[in-house]
Design a protein around this ligand. Structure first.
Ligand code: BES
Ligand code: ZN
Ligand code: ZN
Length: 502
């Protein structure tokens, strides 16, 4: 499907489906929707009244036009209340419209530019959000189905049409950016959705190599073998990996813009499957644990589009790919591992493995002395309990960097919420035999004690943020019209926005 932005009057467009919109509490139709209604002799308004169309978010009515009107059908989509309007609404209604168009098996769709008129969004953002909503709404992971649920239909043309020349100019860059964000997000979704039997540590590292190859030389990729990790003293990664037949791979990707002034390091948790290890998870907590590499998937998603995004930065993408399995070789509760920065970690629960691998990944990254370091990790069920499936937990050592991330996320249509890295809880991870233990004292505050654990491996003076994406990384039920079941690509839009803002 091509998505294009073009100048024109909506009421004059010949197409299979014409998409227009209206806010709730409407009395008459305004703007471009009003012009379509005028050309349709006021019948759209009449039908909307008769059908009781309220204009609630994603409410739709479909009208067949017959002779005398250029478009075969009109889909009127509700935008909800004007006071609640945002780019987020555009993503949602665009995905809803896409689904309706696909169900109708339309080939050529023309859509209004949602949000740039009465919605008062900057045109670039309005176009970008529509592109993201349509692309992400169209995403499905169906390659493993012999018989897909629906007969496949591909819409050929999706044209966003506006008669405002200023909107057109600002919209072009927005369209490009929307494509970039959607592509990176879909890249991450595919990696998370791939079963863990395929997405082994080695194969995840191969994906990084492929990203490097496809970047036209802009992304360099270095892989460390088990032997090299041993030399560097990465006891955390090696410890977690030792129970699995699939060996670990440490991955360092690097993108460097000419004359880059700042270095930003993105670190992802990359546990390709988390069985819990000897502290085995109950079966119903294990069903979706192929998603435990979603942090690395987000970093890979960002790297897959860096060559197009071209930030003026030096960017690192780092992850330690491992599988957490129980076996005769697996680490045991009571074992003590030594991380790359020399700190010893007592393993009390082998299911708190993410922090053991991140200990090394963060130590390694700190040695690069980045200006900013951020890690994304499906780290704790506790964070999910606290913030649910749509909001990630944010912890960090630098208030202004935290604020920047919250802003980047909001701008990109994601949500992160701060949790305190309170010093008072540090004592909860004191170990009786080692420098630190991988469990908090009791059952409370476990997202925070995990964050405090990670902080022990952050180099002096490096602004760092930890984003716990355990909730948003994987949708067990549909979250909204453009986030259906499965991997969500959580973190990709936020990170892209962060890189743009730096
Ligand atoms: N990968 C899990 C966290 C997780 C839970 C991610 C649900 C996505 C959805 C992590 O490794 C884990 O098992 N954490 C434990 C830590 C506990 C043993 C301290 C948890 O949160 O229960
Ligand atoms: Zn675990
Ligand atoms: Zn895990």
């Amino acid at each position: 499907m091509n998505i294009t932005l073009r100048k024109g009057n909506l009421e004059e467009q010949a197409c299979d489906l014409l998409i227009v919109n209206e806010f709730s509490k409407w009395e008459k139709f305004g703007g471009a929707t009003g012009a379509v209604d005028d050309r349709f002799d006021g019948r759209l308004l009449k039908i909307a009244k008769e059908e009781g169309f309220k204009g609630e978010k994603s409410e739709t009515i479909l009208v067949r036009t017959f002779d005398g009107f250029p478009a075969k059908r009109i889909l009127l989509v509700g935008l909800g209340e004007q006071k609640d309007f945002s780019s987020q609404v555009v993503r949602e209604v665009s995905a809803t419209a896409y689904r309706a168009a696909k169900k109708l098996r339309a080939n050529h769709v023309v859509s209004i530019l949602h949000g740039a008129g009465a919605g008062k969004l900057p045109a670039g953002m309005a176009v970008r959000a529509q592109v993201e909503g349509v692309r992400l709404g169209a995403y499905e992971f169906v390659k493993l189905k012999k018989t897909p649920d629906e007969k496949p239909h591909e819409i050929k043309e999706w044209e966003i049409v506006t008669n405002d020349g200023n909107h057109l100019r600002a919209g072009k860059r927005g369209a490009e950016l929307g494509e970039i964000v959607a592509r990176g997000t879909i890249f991450a979704r595919d990696l998370v959705n791939e079963p863990a039997m395929e997405m082994t540590p080695k194969n995840l590292a191969r994906v990084a190599e492929a990203v490097g190859k496809n970047s036209g030389g802009k992304v360099k990729v270095k892989l460390l073998t088990r032997e090299e990790m041993k030399k560097l003293g990465m006891g955390g990664v090696l410890g977690v990996a030792q129970g699995s037949d699939h060996g670990p791979v440490f991955v360092h990707m690097e993108y460097e813009a000419p004359k880059a002034k700042r270095r930003v390091s993105l670190v992802g948790k990359a546990v390709t499957f988390d069985s819990g290890g000897l502290s085995l998870k109950p079966w119903d907590m294990m069903t979706h644990m192929k998603c435990d590499m979603a942090g690395a998937a987000a970093v890979l998603g960002v790297f897959s589009v860096l060559a197009q995004l071209q930030p003026k930065l030096h960017v690192d993408g780092i992850f330690a790919a491992v599988e957490n399995m129980p076996s005769g070789c697996a680490i045991r509760p009571g074992d003590v591992l030594k991380a790359m920065n020399g700190k010893t970690m007592e393993v009390l629960n082998t299911d708190a493995e993410g922090r053991l691998t991140l200990a090394d990944a963060l130590s390694y990254t700190s040695a690069l002395k980045p200006d900013f370091m951020i890690d994304l990790a499906t780290l704790t069920g506790a964070c999910m309990v606290a913030l649910g499936e749509e909001i990630s937990g944010l912890m960090g050592n630098d208030t202004s960097f935290n604020e920047r991330l919250i802003k980047s996320a909001a701008e990109a249509g994601e949500s992160v919420w701060p949790l305190p890295l309170d010093k008072r809880y540090r004592k909860l991870i004191d170990s009786k035999v080692a420098d630190i233990q991988n469990l908090g004292g009791g059952k409370y505050g476990a997202a925070i004690t995990a964050g405090l654990f990670l902080q022990e491996f952050v180099g002096e003076g490096i602004p760092w943020a930890h984003v716990d994406i355990a909730g948003p990384a994987f949708a067990q039920t549909p979250i909204n019209p453009y986030t259906q079941y499965g991997g969500t690509g959580a973190g990709v839009p936020m990170l892209i926005e962060l890189l743009r803002s730096l």
